[in-house]
Design a binder for this molecule. Structure first.
Ligand SMILES: Nc1ncnc2c1ncn2[C@@H]1O[C@H](COP(=O)(O)OP(=O)(O)OP(=O)(O)O)[C@@H](O)[C@H]1O
Ligand SMILES: [Mg+2]
Length: 261
């Protein structure tokens, strides 16, 4: 991991913190989790009254874990992922990333902390339309003050790994839906965040590209001990995950562990 990091002149976010800690803690909180939620609830008020979407979610994800979350449309999967990624605040409850109680940070501190620790693949890709694929992937590194050449090198490498070496200069409108999705995955992975949250990452992809994307995520998880939480209906992801949960009636239920896991 460190030889890789020094070869491209970059240090993965959090890597230094990790090496500075005692090995038994390994960048995780005292219960060993890199991402924890406690008693999360989220309610929305709408014209028809109050909607209680999340009703008390607890989850612990350790470094290198790959966790799949399934559930019906409208069950609250994206809502949960946004809160785990600290993009939305819960109605009540807490999210810990490493030892940090995320929602206790001030807003600007939270944004900086999120950029350093969490990679997000959104259900709608949210690529920046005026920037090329390459620039979109470089962006989290540049925001984190990584030198331009090093950011470019790493972003090009990842875009190559997702099969887009020949589309570096294309803007999002000049890419297919599946290509945009692959750019979004590269963008989420480029800073090697401790936690990667992905909402249907292989949803728009054919089987070959879907498999390649999963291979990349599993490889990253092994190489950098990144934790992945994947919202998915994809049975391949479920089979290959360490744990599967089903979100139902506002609660997260653990399903039987996959045989291969
Ligand atoms: N800002 C909001 N205001 C009111 N209701 C909302 C809001 N955001 C989400 N909801 C409602 O919360 C429920 C859960 O939405 P969410 O997007 O989390 O579902 P999901 O499980 O991701 O579904 P899908 O599989 O279709 O993506 C939906 O019924 C949605 O209408
Ligand atoms: Mg959703």
């Amino acid at each position: 991991m460190s030889s890789e990091a020094s070869r491209d002149g970059l240090e993965a976010p959090g890597e230094k913190d990790v090496s500075d800690r005692s090995s038994d803690r390994d960048g995780a909180s005292s219960n060993g989790a890199v991402l924890s939620a406690r008693a999360l609830t989220r309610s929305f008020s709408s014209g028809a009254g109050r909607l209680d979407i999340l009703k008390g979610i607890d989850i612990d994800v350790r470094r290198g874990d790959i966790v799949a979350i399934q559930g019906a449309s409208g069950a609250g999967k994206s809502t949960l992922l946004h809160i785990l990624g600290t993009l939305d605040r819960p109605t009540s409850g807490q999210v810990f990333i490493g030892e940090t109680n995320a929602f206790e940070l001030p807003d600007d501190g939270l944004a900086e902390f999120r950029n350093r620790t969490v990679g997000f693949v959104f259900q709608a890709h949210h690529l920046l339309p005026e920037f090329s694929a390459l620039e979109n992937v470089m962006m989290p590194l540049l925001v984190g003050r990584c030198p331009w050449d090093a950011a470019r090198e790493r972003a090009e490498g990842l875009l190559g790994e997702v099969g887009l070496a020949k589309r570096l200069g294309h803007k999002p409108v000049e890419l297919s839906g599946g290509e945009q999705q692959r750019v979004a995955v590269a963008r989420a992975l480029v800073g090697r965040p401790q936690v990667v949250l992905a909402d249907e990452p292989s949803g728009n992809l054919d089987r070959g590209n879907g498999q390649a994307l999963l291979d990349l995520m599993w490889d990253m998880s092994r190489r950098y001990r990144q934790a992945f939480v994947l919202v998915t209906h994809d049975e391949d992801i479920g089979r290959r995950s360490d744990r599967i949960y089903r979100l139902e009636d506002g609660l997260l239920n653990a399903l039987a562990a996959p045989e291969s896991g």
